[in-house]
Design a protein around this ligand. Structure first.
Ligand code: COI
Length: 369
């Protein structure tokens, strides 16, 4: 038993961990979200009992009744954050408190119970205590942590889940896009919308991603790596991408300025997005949260006032955008190459995460192994 913040975790380690040589083979070229560590955490919740049956146990399949609410009505949420190998061989997690807080906000929107933030963080600590050997040390690799939770009671009436399951799994990962950090090409989605005011856009709910896959498929047919979503009302303002936020670097007034959509309620409040707004200031750049229209983006790239664009998120880190395509033509950004300001911001962020630069905002949670 391991006791944390009032909740006791039963610890049942696997009897057959992946052998070290095989683990190293999987860590060498992990891709994104394909391999998983030896263990997972599960916690149950019921209306009458609250949170109970917290356990670290071997990673493995779940057994679910076919009438489980989540399988029908998608009442579920998730998070994504990363653990990084540190220069001294230790392990540190980037801003788990920010993800824990967003997990609670997503719960509220999806009518799920709120997992206490300290339990969210303790679950991560416990999993890493057992699976820290799975944290890669290669420069662009990390251990992606995926907490998620779903309505696990049974019944086909559309109703509030009375029983919920929280799980935490971990997956060694490299770059999210196949091209690595090379600039990606994006598709401006002008027909479908990801989220509308009052909807679930700012919650990290799986359904938001499912509803976007049709546009993702169109983007792939157009030779693009991802989608850019526009606002639902006017199809005019750029909001975010398929699974990450979108930032521009403007040069108006001669000072590089990070520009990204304000949190209108329809886009995800990204932890990386928030961190970059702070880091931009640290590096002496401007930082603006304001709406940018498609025509401002296109015209700005033509006259040089918008010099760079990139995708940012836990999985994507910072991935430059080199080209935009749409049903009405397209344009290149930074001549299709990675922009220098984007790469400086990337370097500043990654250096904090990897422990090679000071951490002035106290973002890293060092693990006691
Ligand atoms: C993340 O960056 O953690 C995300 O959630 C993106 C994901 C949908 C792959």
């Amino acid at each position: 038993m391991s006791t944390v913040a009032g909740i006791r975790f039963k610890v049942t380690p696997t009897k057959s961990p992946v052998p070290a040589a095989e683990r190293e083979r999987r860590l060498a070229s992990p891709g994104f979200g394909r391999a998983f560590t030896d263990h997972m955490i599960s916690i149950k919740w019921e209306v009458e009992r609250g949170w109970y049956d917290a356990e670290l146990r071997p990673y493995g399949p779940l057994s679910l009744d076919p009438g489980t609410v989540f399988l029908h009505y998608a009442q579920g949420i998730f998070e994504g954050l990363k653990a990084y190998r540190q220069p001294d061989g230790g392990v540190a997690v980037f801003r788990p408190d920010a993800n824990a807080a967003r997990f609670r906000r997503s719960s509220r929107r999806m009518a799920l119970p709120e997992l206490p933030e300290e339990t969210f963080i303790e679950a991560i600590d416990l999993l890493l205590q057992h699976d820290h050997a799975w944290v890669p040390s290669a420069p662009d690799h990390s251990l992606y942590l995926r907490p998620f939770m779903f309505a696990s009671d049974v019944g086909l009436g559309v109703h509030l889940g009375g029983e919920v399951t929280f799980l935490l799994i971990a997956s060694p990962s490299g770059s999210y896009f196949k091209s690595g950090v090379k600039p990606v090409t994006v598709w401006l989605e002008e027909k479908y919308t990801r989220a509308a005011p009052g909807g679930t856009g700012e919650a990290k709910a799986g359904g938001n991603y499912a509803g976007g896959l049709i546009a993702q498929a169109q983007a792939a047919r157009e030779g693009c790596d991802d989608v850019v979503w526009l606002d639902a009302a006017e199809h005019k303002w750029i909001e975010e991408m398929g699974g990450m936020n979108l930032c521009l670097i403007s040069n108006k007034g001669g000072r590089p300025t990070l520009v990204t959509s304000p949190l209108t309620g329809t886009l995800l409040p990204g932890v990386t997005r928030d961190s970059l707004l702070k880091l931009a200031g640290d590096l002496g750049y401007g930082a603006e949260e304001r709406r940018v229209s498609v025509s401002e983006w296109r015209d700005g790239c033509a006259d040089g006032s918008i010099a760079e664009a990139f995708a940012c998120g836990t999985a994507a880190v910072i991935t430059p955008i080199g080209e935009v395509r749409s049903a009405h033509g397209g344009w290149k950004i930074s001549g299709g190459a990675a922009g220098p300001i984007s790469m400086k911001l990337r370097e500043a962020l990654v250096s904090i995460q990897r422990g090679t630069a000071p951490d002035p905002h106290h973002w890293m949670r060092k693990l006691q192994l």
